[in-house]
Structures are given as structure tokens and as C-alpha cells.
Design a protein around this ligand. Structure first.
Ligand code: PGA
Length: 249
């Protein structure tokens, strides 16, 4: 059985007071026992988030990491630093990193390897642009992004990955993939994983992201190959995020 994971991605948003608000809110509710929850916060808030959420079941994560372990790389943050500050997961290859910060498949793979090396769980993000979807290239794009990482990992590393399918045209646009569109891509991702190993495919969590909200989460999460969500905008409002977590149970 795959335990659903709801991960909030704050991107470059939030504040220390919002971290505190989430800490108080999550301390006061009981989450469904069969759901995992994580909050991916900006680097400076990691320590505070780990502390504020320490008594709750919510895991703390980061949004990217350096591909290097240490050294003269001004402005970069290593996986070891993330772990030391309480992060257990890290997003890798979010479409904003790919499009705005020039991360190609090789850069994404290097960051996945750096995360695994530090014992962090990488959440590998894949997704097509609208242009790619309209050209009928959705599967080619997302399976290519998946394979660029999976093929390079060994059989002990692969099960440690989580994958998030985020159609670029659905991110922050209010335009969500229909449950059928999302399920079709998730099924294609799982089928591709099965070419490597059936057990890997059966166990890998595939999250959906892209305008997931309290009012559409349940029908997306009801799809057989959707094992959770990566939630951007709606993860900045504690009530909305809590409602999504509850609907995953
Ligand atoms: P969104 O962002 O929920 O605001 O569309 C999702 C993401 O980019 O992770």
C-alpha cells in the first residue's frame, strides 16, 4: 500500500509568523493516520519550521539543494545543511527551477544524487508545458524527465524517490488537470517504472501538483495512480492546506 503524501510547496513565500501559525494549527488537529504531510519551506525558515512542527506529524522539506557537498559555491546550500536544519525531503527539478534557473536533466540528476547521499528523500518533479501537451508530447517529455534520473540510479536508490507530476500549464494558473488527464500521465509513469521493476512501480508514490485545492483534491486523490499532492498556492493558507490533508485520509 502506498501511503498518500501531501506536500506543501511555499516557493518564495511565507514568513516566520506563518511558520508559527502552521505549527500552532497542526499541533491542534489530528491528521488522518494513513496520510503523510510535509511542508517545503524557504531555506531560512527550515530551522524554525522543524521546531514549530516538531511535535506534529508534519515533516519539513526544502525546495532545492546544491549538487555539491561543500566548498566555494557562494549562495548555494548543501544537502547536509538541509538535513542539519531538520529537512527530511527536498524538491528536485521543479519546473520553476528548470525554466527559470536553467536546471536541465543532468543538473536534476546530480541534485537527486546529492540528496540521496545525505539521506534526504528527493521529490523529483516532472511535467510538460502547454505547447508540449498540444503537440502530443506529454508522455515523451515526462517519461524522458523520469528516465533521466531513474536509469542513472541503482536498484537500492530508486525506491527512495518520490515523483511529482506537475503539468506546467496547471501550476499557479488555477487551471487543474482533470482527474482523467492526471491519471493517464500517472499510469504512464508507473508503467514506465514497471519496465525497471514491478515492485518499484507498485511502491513508488506519484504525487499530482498544479492548482490542487481543497475543492478539487478529493477527486484527484481518488484516482488509482495518484498517491498525494504537491500543493503550491493552497499550502500558504493553513485552513486550505489542512482541508487537503484531511481529504487524503
Ligand atoms: P500551485 O503550485 O498549487 O500553486 O499550482 C504547485 C507547485 O508548483 O508545486
Amino acid at each position: 500500500m502506498r501511503m498518500p503524501l501531501i506536500a506543501g510547496n511555499w516557493k518564495m513565500n511565507g514568513s516566520l509568523s506563518l511558520v508559527e501559525e502552521f505549527g500552532r494549527a497542526f499541533a491542534g488537529v489530528s491528521l488522518p493516520v494513513n496520510v503523510e504531510v510535509a511542508l517545503m519551506v524557504p531555506f531560512p525558515y527550515l530551522g524554525a519550521a522543524a521546531q514549530a512542527l516538531g511535535e506534529t506529524a508534519v515533516m519539513v522539506g526544502a525546495q532545492t539543494l546544491s549538487d555539491r557537498p561543500a566548498g566555494a559555491f557562494t549562495g548555494e546550500v548543501s544537502g547536509a545543511m538541509l538535513r542539519e536544519c531538520g529537512a527530511r525531503l527536498v524538491l528536485v527539478g521543479h519546473s520553476e527551477r528548470r525554466a527559470l534557473f536553467g536546471e536541465d536533466d543532468a543538473a536534476v540528476l546530480a541534485r537527486v544524487q546529492a540528496a540521496l547521499h545525505e539521506g534526504l528523500t528527493p521529490v523529483l518533479c516532472v511535467g510538460e508545458t502547454l505547447e508540449e501537451r498540444e503537440a502530443g508530447r506529454t508522455e515523451a517529455v515526462v517519461l524522458g524527465q523520469l528516465e533521466a534520473v531513474v536509469e542513472a540510479l541503482d536498484a537500492t536508490q530508486r525506491p527512495r524517490l518520490i515523483v511529482a507530476y506537475e503539468p506546467v500549464w496547471a501550476i499557479g494558473t488555477g487551471r487543474t488537470a482533470t482527474p482523467e488527464q492526471a491519471q493517464a500521465v500517472h499510469a504512464a509513469l508507473r508503467a514506465r517504472l514497471a519496465r525497471h521493476d514491478e515492485a518499484l512501480a507498485a511502491g513508488m508514490r506519484l504525487l499530482y501538483g498544479g492548482s490542487m485545492k481543497a475543492d478539487n483534491a478529493a477527486e484527484l486523490l481518488a484516482q488509482p495512480d495518484i498517491d498525494g499532492g504537491l500543493v503550491g498556492g493552497a499550502s500558504l493558507k493553513v485552513d486550505d492546506f489542512l482541508a487537503i490533508c484531511q481529504s487524503a485520509g
